[in-house]
Design a protein around this ligand. Structure first.
Ligand code: DGJ
Length: 764
C-alpha cells in the first residue's frame, strides 16, 4: 500500500504541518473508501503525490492521469507509467533496470530514466553533461532523498563521487493533470565546472512502435504549420538555435497512436517548454523501442560555468496526457494556460477589441492622423487603440531610430499626451508599440554604446532589418531597457505595450566577460528579459503586454507567464489565417491569439475577401482591427459595427471555452469548421469556411460536439446562412447527431451561428 512519505515533516511550519495532517487524513479516508472515493477526488480536481516506502515507487495522480516512476536497484529514477488514471489501490513492483541485452546496449542507455547524466555508456540524449576542471566528464546521478509538499515533489540526486547535486522538481496541476518538470543543479565541489548540456526533463512514453509525432513549423508570415510523422527508430530534433523561440519550430510536441485520426478520441501525450531562448526537444525511439522526449536548453554552442556554491535552474517542461485525442490535448493545454499560467490566471481579463495602426499607416504616424483613426475605431465599438511603430526617435522607416525611445517631436510636437487624452475621451484605452531589445546602427544609442550589442570582437556585425540585437545579458543594457520602459509608463497613461522583436541573433558574442563565460549569454539574456517583464508588471500592474516577434516567433509557455496576449503572424490574410490559427491552437489558447481584420485585397497575396469573411475568420480568436479605416465606406462601418457587437456577445466563449476542430483546414481541405463551447455550457458558437465549392456539392453537415445531449439549445445565425429547414430550437443530441446545414456555395464563403442553452432538459 502507498503511504505518504515525507522525511522533512518536522521541519515544516505549524501551518504547513496542519495542512500536511489534513492531507494525510484525506489520504487515509481515501484508502478506506476505496476506488469510488478516489474517482470522486479526481472529479473535484484533487491531486495526490505518494511514495511507497517498500517498493520505492512514486505515484502522481491528478484529473484523468497517473504518472509513476521508481528508484531502481542502481538508485536511478526509472519511468514506470504515464497515462490514464489507474485505480487508487493499484500497486507497482520496484523498478528494475533493463538487463544488458548486448554489450552494445548497456542498461544505462536502454532503461527509461527520468533524468540521466552523461556517464557510463549513455548513447541516448543526456539530461545533464558536465566537464570538470580536471577533464573528467563522467556523471552518474543517484537518488538521495525526496520531499513531498502538496502538489510539489522534489527529488535530490547526486553524482556517485563528486559533490554535484541535482534536484528534480515536479509540480502537478490538479485540474488537468499537467505536470511541470524542471531541475536545479548545484555545485558543491570546490571548483567551478561547466555545464555543457542541461535539459529540464525527459518524458518516457509507454514502449511502442505505432506512434505519430505532431509538431509545429513555420517561417515569417507562415507560422504554425502542423506536421505529422511516424515516430521511427532514431531521433527527431526540434529546435531553435536563434537565441529566441523562433517560428521554424515551436517548443511543443504531441504524440498519439498512428491510425487515431479522430480529433477527440484516442490517447495523446503532449508537452511544451517554457523557455524563450535557444531550445531543443529530442524525440527518440531507442534500440528497444522506448520512446522518450528530452527537452530544455539547446546544447548547441551551450556552456554555463557554474561557480562553487552556485545553483542553476532549468526552464520548465510541461507535459500532459489526454484520453480524448489531440483535440482533448489542446483543450487541456488551453485550460491550463488560462487557469494556471497567464499573468492573471485563473482569471485573466478578456481581451479587449483593439485597433492597431500598423497596416494603415506603417511608419507614417502623427498626432492628427492617429486621432482621426482613433475616432473611426471608437465608432465601431473598439476598446483599445494601439499606435504601432514609428512614433519615436528619428524613425521614418526601418533604417533608424531603434534604441532612441523619446517621442519624435516632429510627429508629436506636444508629446503623446494629446493623443492619449483623445483616445481616452473616445472611451478607449491606449497602447503603444516598442521593440526594446533592438538598436539601429543609425541611432544615438548605438553611436554612444557600440559595445552594447551582441558581437564577437573584431568581427562583422550582421544586420537584419537594418538592426542589431542589444546584449540584454549585460547589466548596463538591462538597466537601460528597464529604465526607458519604466519612464515611458510613468510619464504616459499607457494600458498596453506591444513588445516586438524583429530578428534573431547573429555573432552571439559577449566580449566584456571572460571567454569561459561568454556562452552564458544564451541563458542570462532571457533571464533578464523575464526579469524586466516581471519588474515592469509589478510596478505597473494595470499595464498589459503583447509578445510579438515579427509575427509569431516568440510564443512559448515562458513568455506567456509574463504577457497577456501574443501576435501569431504578420500574415493577416483571413483565408491564410484559418490554417495559421488552426496550428496555433494545437498548443496555445485562442484567448491570447490576436486576430486583426485588415484590408482587402491583402498585402500578403492580393486576395479579395468580403468584410464578413474577414471578421468571421478573426472572431475565432481575440478580435482586432488593423485596416485603414480612412478607406472604408459607410457600409463597411455598418457591417463592422454589427460584427464587433456580435463578437462581444460570444467573446467569452471563444476566449475561454472549449475548442473543437470539427473540420480542420490542414492538408488543403476545402472547408474548415471550428466550434467553441462556453465553460458554463450555456453557449456554443461555430464558424464555417468554404474555400471553393465544386460541382454543386453542399457544404458538409456540421456535427457539433461538447453539448449536453439532454438540454435544449436555440440556434441563431450570425449572418443568415443556416439552411431554411433548420429548427429554431432542438436538443444537444439533435445538434450533435443530426447536425446543422449551412448554405455555403462559391469561393471564400463563411458562416457562423450560435447555440444558446434555453434551460431544462430537451423537449421542455
Ligand atoms: C512586426 C510586427 O509583427 C508588425 O505587426 C508591426 O508591429 C511591425 N513589426 C512594426 O515594425
Amino acid at each position: 500500500m502507498y503511504e505518504r512519505h515525507d522525511p522533512s515533516f518536522a521541519s515544516l511550519s505549524g501551518k504547513r504541518q496542519v495542512r500536511r495532517i489534513a492531507q494525510i487524513c484525506a489520504f487515509t479516508l481515501l484508502v478506506f473508501l476505496g476506488l469510488k472515493t478516489a474517482t470522486a477526488r479526481a472529479e473535484t480536481g484533487a491531486a495526490t503525490i505518494r511514495f511507497d516506502v517498500a517498493t520505492r515507487v512514486f505515484r502522481i495522480d491528478a484529473a484523468d492521469t497517473s504518472y509513476v516512476f521508481g528508484v531502481n536497484e542502481n538508485q536511478q529514477l526509472q519511468s514506470l507509467y504515464w497515462g490514464k488514471r489507474l485505480g487508487a489501490n493499484d500497486s507497482f513492483p520496484t523498478a528494475k533496470a533493463m538487463p544488458e541485452s548486448a554489450a552494445f546496449d548497456p542498461p544505462i542507455t536502454t532503461t527509461p530514466h527520468e533524468f540521466v547524466g552523461w556517464g557510463v555508456g549513455l548513447y541516448v540524449e543526456p539530461d545533464l553533461k558536465i566537464t570538470f576542471p580536471d577533464g573528467n566528464r563522467d556523471l552518474v546521478l543517484k537518488y538521495v532523498s525526496h520531499r513531498i509538499d502538496g502538489n510539489q515533489l522534489d527529488i535530490v540526486m547526486k553524482d556517485i563521487s563528486r559533490e554535484v547535486y541535482v534536484t528534480l522538481q515536479y509540480q502537478v496541476d490538479a485540474e488537468t493533470g499537467i505536470l511541470r518538470r524542471s531541475a536545479e543543479i548545484e555545485n558543491r565541489t570546490d571548483a567551478p565546472f561547466t555545464i555543457e548540456q542541461v535539459e529540464a526533463a525527459t518524458w518516457n512514453l509507454p514502449r511502442g512502435t505505432d506512434y505519430r509525432l505532431r509538431y509545429l513549423t513555420g517561417r515569417w508570415a507562415a507560422e504554425w504549420n502542423v506536421q505529422e510523422q511516424p515516430v521511427h527508430p532514431g531521433k527527431t530534433v526540434l529546435e531553435s538555435r536563434r537565441g529566441t523561440t523562433g517560428a521554424q519550430n515551436n517548443p511543443w510536441f504531441a504524440i498519439d497512436h498512428v491510425g487515431d485520426s479522430d480529433q477527440d478520441s484516442g490517447e495523446a501525450w503532449f508537452g511544451a517548454l517554457g523557455w524563450s531562448g535557444s531550445w531543443q526537444l529530442a524525440v527518440e525511439q531507442d534500440q528497444l523501442q522506448q520512446v522518450r522526449v528530452t527537452g530544455g536548453f539547446n546544447p548547441f554552442d551551450f556552456g554555463y560555468r557554474l561557480q562553487k556554491g552556485e545553483h542553476f535552474q532549468t526552464p520548465y517542461f510541461y507535459g500532459g496526457y489526454s484520453s480524448h485525442g489531440i483535440g482533448g490535448a489542446s483543450r487541456m493545454m488551453h485550460r491550463f494556460e488560462i487557469d494556471s499560467l497567464l499573468p492573471h490566471a485563473p482569471t485573466p481579463k478578456l481581451r479587449p477589441v483593439l485597433y492597431n495602426s500598423w497596416e494603415a499607416t506603417e511608419f507614417r504616424v502623427d498626432e492628427a492622423g492617429q486621432m482621426a483613426l482613433a475616432e473611426k475605431a471608437a465608432s465601431l465599438g473598439v476598446e483599445r487603440f494601439v499606435m504601432d511603430d514609428g512614433w519615436f526617435g528619428q524613425r521614418k522607416d526601418d533604417h533608424a531610430g531603434l534604441g532612441d525611445w523619446y517621442v519624435n517631436p516632429q510627429k508629436f510636437p506636444h508629446g503623446l499626451k494629446p493623443l492619449i487624452d483623445k483616445v481616452h475621451s473616445l472611451g478607449m484605452d491606449f497602447g503603444l508599440w516598442v521593440e526594446p531589445e533592438m538598436v539601429n546602427p543609425n541611432s544615438d544609442l548605438y553611436r554612444k554604446h557600440p559595445d552594447w550589442v551582441l558581437n564577437f570582437s573584431g568581427r562583422p556585425r550582421s544586420e537584419g532589418r537594418n538592426q542589431l540585437v542589444l546584449n540584454l545579458a549585460r547589466p548596463d543594457v538591462r538597466a537601460y531597457v528597464y529604465g526607458f520602459l519604466d519612464k515611458l509608463l510613468n510619464e504616459n497613461d499607457i494600458a498596453f505595450l506591444k513588445w516586438d522583436y524583429n530578428r534573431n541573433w547573429s555573432e552571439p558574442g559577449w566580449p566584456a566577460v571572460a571567454p569561459e563565460d561568454q556562452k552564458k549569454v544564451y541563458v542570462d539574456f532571457i533571464r533578464n528579459l523575464y526579469s524586466i517583464l516581471a519588474e515592469l508588471r509589478a510596478k505597473h500592474p494595470n499595464v498589459e503586454i503583447e509578445s510579438c516577434s515579427g509575427g509569431g516567433s516568440r510564443v512559448d509557455l515562458g513568455i506567456m507567464k509574463l504577457t497577456d496576449e501574443v501576435w501569431p503572424s504578420d500574415n493577416t490574410d483571413a483565408y491564410d489565417r484559418l490554417l495559421i490559427q488552426d496550428g496555433f491552437t494545437y498548443a496555445y489558447t485562442p484567448g491570447i491569439m490576436m486576430a486583426w481584420v485588415t484590408d482587402s485585397p491583402t498585402w500578403v497575396n492580393n486576395r479579395t475577401l468580403s468584410l464578413e469573411y474577414r471578421f468571421l475568420s478573426s472572431m475565432q480568436g481575440s478580435l482586432g482591427i488593423g485596416a485603414n479605416l480612412n478607406k472604408w465606406t459607410p457600409d463597411d462601418f455598418a457591417t463592422a459595427k454589427k460584427m464587433v457587437a456580435q463578437y462581444k456577445s460570444i467573446r467569452e466563449t471563444v476566449q475561454r471555452g472549449s475548442l473543437y476542430r470539427l473540420i480542420t483546414p490542414e492538408n488543403n481541405s476545402e472547408q474548415s469548421v471550428t466550434e467553441s463551447v462556453s465553460r458554463d455550457g450555456k453557449q456554443a458558437v461555430a464558424f464555417a469556411f468554404l474555400h471553393s465549392s465544386r460541382e454543386r456539392y453542399p457544404f458538409p453537415r456540421i456535427y457539433l460536439r461538447g453539448l449536453d445531449a439532454n438540454a435544449n439549445y436555440r440556434i441563431a445565425p450570425l449572418d443568415g446562412k443556416l439552411a431554411k429547414d433548420t429548427p429554431a430550437s432542438a436538443s444537444g443530441a439533435y445538434w450533435m447527431h443530426r447536425g446543422v446545414d449551412v448554405e455555403l456555395r462559391g469561393d471564400f464563403q463563411a458562416a457562423a451561428f450560435t447555440l444558446e442553452r434555453t434551460g431544462g432538459a430537451a423537449g421542455n
